[in-house]
Design a protein around this ligand. Structure first.
Ligand SMILES: [Zn+2]
Length: 250
């Protein structure tokens, strides 16, 4: 009974009751470790964030079909990003996932991934807008905040499994969960505006065509009726955002 009480003191561990077999295997040492993880998750340092982001990127890459060097998407990516290897101190690394999915994402360690479906529909400058937008989510701390939330939840799950992972190294099951929570969750309107404004500054600083911010969002808006864009489901309201961007370009 004592052990069960210990489990229930961990915030959010409501699923224990539905997994009695797992709860029985639970040990108090694991509970303390997980509670510490949960507390730590609330105050992640930037180095922690980069460390976890790099692990998530490696995990995500392992699940994907990556365009090999010499592939037409990989070649286009190199040409597109050769002059954009860092932004305001953030070192960037790129890959293309070969999939019809229309999507892209950034991680807090400077990982940027394009899905070939998005590349098919966008010009180089429109893709640069997407790069700027995704970096904006990292720079404004949106990505970090999500990671903190996801890690706190993940630490709770770790308590259930009582798994012993090395400090700072996440298990594949945790990484999979984190990728879903950090990359696949929808951003708020406020976050979108901040990321769009960052993208506009990014385009200005680098002397890219700022109108691409508008046309990229217009293309996504035309898709929004028919669905099919995962980027759209995580980065909402393209029409309103296109209007905002148009005013900034004018
Ligand atoms: Zn966004």
């Amino acid at each position: 009974m004592k052990r069960r009480d210990a489990i229930l003191t961990i915030p959010g561990l409501l699923i224990v009751g539905t997994y009695p077999a797992v709860a029985q295997k639970f040990d108090l040492g694991g509970a303390i470790g997980a509670a510490t993880d949960a507390a730590k998750a609330a105050t992640l340092s930037d180095a922690d964030v980069r460390n976890y982001a790099a692990q998530m990127a490696t995990y995500s890459d392992r699940q994907a079909r990556i365009a090999p060097a010499g592939d037409k998407y990989a070649q286009r990516l190199v040409a597109l990003t050769s002059s954009c290897q860092e932004d305001q101190g953030l070192r960037l690394n790129y890959k293309v996932y070969l999939t019809k999915e229309v999507n892209a994402f950034a991680m807090a360690d400077g990982t940027i991934r394009f899905y070939s479906g998005l590349m098919d529909m966008m010009s180089d400058d429109e893709l640069r807008y997407v790069i700027g937008h995704e970096i904006g989510h990292v720079k404004h701390g949106h990505t970090k905040k999500r990671m903190q939330t996801a890690l706190a939840a993940s630490a709770t799950q770790k308590a259930v499994a009582a798994s012993s992972t090395r400090a700072g190294v996440l298990a594949d099951s945790q990484l999979g969960d984190m990728v879903v929570k950090v990359v696949r969750a929808q951003h708020s309107q406020g976050n979108e505006r901040e990321a769009d404004d960052y993208a506009m500054q990014f385009m200005s600083r680098r002397k890219y065509d700022r109108k691409a911010c508008v046309t990229a969002l217009e293309k996504l808006d035309r898709m929004s009726g028919g669905g099919g864009s995962n980027w759209l489901s995580t980065h909402p309201s393209p029409r309103e955002r296109a209007d905002r961007m148009r005013k900034q370009v004018a």
